[in-house]
Ligand binder design. Structure first.
Ligand code: ZN
Length: 81
């Protein structure tokens, strides 16, 4: 059910290993971590907080995982092309 995915590196250049449920993995292109927090870049066809929002930003891993569970199908012009 859960896979540990190597999503990239954090700002200290450490590998990020985050457990993401499989059903959400296909929705995510990339996750990275810098001094501003966690950034989740979504694949085409998916959105975060609202329609047309393809990047999720959260301060903590906990909040990021919560937002990942709220990813929805995106119906914006760019995704419908
Ligand atoms: Zn979209």
């Amino acid at each position: 059910m859960y896979d540990i995915i190597k999503w990239g590196v954090d700002y200290m250049n450490n590998q990020i290993n985050i457990k993401i449920p499989k059903k959400y993995q296909e929705r995510i292109m990339e996750i990275y971590h810098d001094e501003d927090g966690y950034w989740v870049i979504l694949n085409k066809g998916w959105c975060g907080y609202e329609q047309g929002c393809h990047v999720i930003h959260e301060d903590t891993q906990h909040d990021m995982l919560r937002s990942i569970r709220e990813i929805e199908v995106c119906d914006c012009d760019a995704c419908r092309e």
